[in-house]
Each structure stands twice: as C-alpha cells, then as structure tokens.
Design a binder for this molecule. Structure first.
Ligand code: 6GU
Length: 225
C-alpha cells in the first residue's frame, strides 16, 4: 500500500511512522509512506499557503490553490482510491474503517491546520473525511499518524503470529481479555490459576468469558452489532 500525506508540519509525522511496527512495514516494502510539504506548492516566495477567511473572523484558512496543485501533481503519478481529509467534523474513525482502508492500494491524506481548508477543496477533491474522536487537535498530523498506524498494521505480512491482529480488541467486536506475564506471584498479586493450568481449552474459554465481561462493562455498544 502507498500512502501520501500533505502537511505543513512534516516533522510531526516522521517519528510516529518510523518506529516499531510502522518501521517494519516500511522496511519490508509492504507500506510506502511519503510525506509532502505543502509549502512546495505555495502561492508565493514567502511560502504562503493560508489566508484570512471571507466574512471575517479569527483564524486563517488553508488556501485552495496550493492544495489543488498538490493533489493534482501527486495524482499524476498515483491513482488514489481515497482522498482523505483529517478533520474533527469527519466520520469517527474505528476498526471497521481501518479494515476497509487496509484493502485499498493508494491513499492520499490531507492534514488541516488553523481553521481548516477552503471548503471548495472538500467539495471537489476530498472523498472521505475522518475524525479520530470528539476533541480538537491543533492539526490533522497526529490524527493522520493514528490512521496510518491502525491501517498499516493490518496489511498482510506486517504482523507476525506474536503480534497478530486477529486477536486485537475490536476485531471481533470484543475487547481483549486481561494478560499476565512472569512472575506468577508479584507482591502477593497472583496470576489467575487457570492460565497456569496448561489446559488450553479451558484457557480459551476463560479468555472469551473475560472478553465478553470486559466488553459488557466498558463498551456495551460493541455487543449490539
Ligand atoms: Cl482528524 N483533526 C483535528 N484537527 N482535530 C481532531 C481530529 C482531526 N480528530 C479529532 N480531533
């Protein structure tokens, strides 16, 4: 999969996408992420990409021209399955969206800043608008990193048996059960006996019960679907 990201703050995206599982995905050639600085398509030598909003009011708006030029220029080399705009008024991101996006070939992600981007870009270029939750971030970059991570780890070959996505929380609409490692007794706090029993069938049943109980207590909405 290839993901291109347009941003005015490329530095914010570098670290989150260069370590751990994202690093492995990229090193293995399973995920190609290219971050593009919007200033490259600025309207003048000052690097201007934003301007005051029509109608007045505080806060700058990202201009249509640099964004349109960036999108069209990148689209000459790549046919995008989705042009995604990261915005708090988009549809809320969840595991289902991550699963769907992981089946695409090429994604273009636009990170907004300031008051957002000119509406005409949303009307004429953007095919999907994503929010990562009901709170406001200073820009779309951290949200884009969240989306790329959630999608990238689902690509075939990125995870191995040990990190398999099959047993993730949410993947079967259940939260993951509690997990324990050594020692079996830490400060008198004991690991549940069943996990030490070696009875794989019983352990599987216990984990499933725990997952259902956790989901019922913490995210009952998941059980409705
Ligand atoms: Cl995608 N962008 C911004 N700026 N804030 C957010 C968000 C996105 N999702 C939640 N809050």
């Amino acid at each position: 999969m290839r993901i291109d990201i347009i941003t005015v703050l490329p530095e914010l995206l570098e670290s989150p996408l260069s370590h751990s599982i994202m690093k492995r995905a990229r090193d293995k050639g399973l995920l190609e992420v290219q971050v593009h600085h919007l200033r490259k398509w600025a309207v003048n030598d000052y690097g201007q990409v934003d301007d005051y909003q029509y109608g007045g009011g505080a806060g700058m708006v990202m201009m249509p021209e640099p964004l349109a030029n960036a999108i069209e220029s990148l689209s000459q080399h790549t046919r995008y399955d989705e042009v995604i705009y990261m915005t708090p008024d988009g549809e809320t991101f969840n595991q289902g969206t991550a699963n769907q996006l992981s089946m695409k070939e090429n994604l273009l992600i636009i990170c907004g800043h300031y008051k957002g981007i000119d509406q005409r870009i949303r009307d004429h270029f953007v095919t999907k608008e994503i929010s990562i939750g009901d709170y406001v971030l200073s820009g779309g970059e951290l949200a884009a990193a969240v989306v790329v991570d959630a999608v990238g780890r689902l690509l075939p070959g990125v995870l191995n048996d040990e990190t398999s996505a099959l047993f993730d929380s949410f993947q079967d609409n259940l939260l993951a059960p509690p997990v324990y490692t050594r020692p079996a007794d830490f400060r008198g706090w004991k690991v549940p006996d069943i996990l030490l029993s070696g009875d794989l069938k019983k352990i599987e049943e216990w984990r499933y019960e725990q997952a259902v109980q956790r989901t019922t207590e913490r995210k009952p909405d998941l059980l409705k679907d």
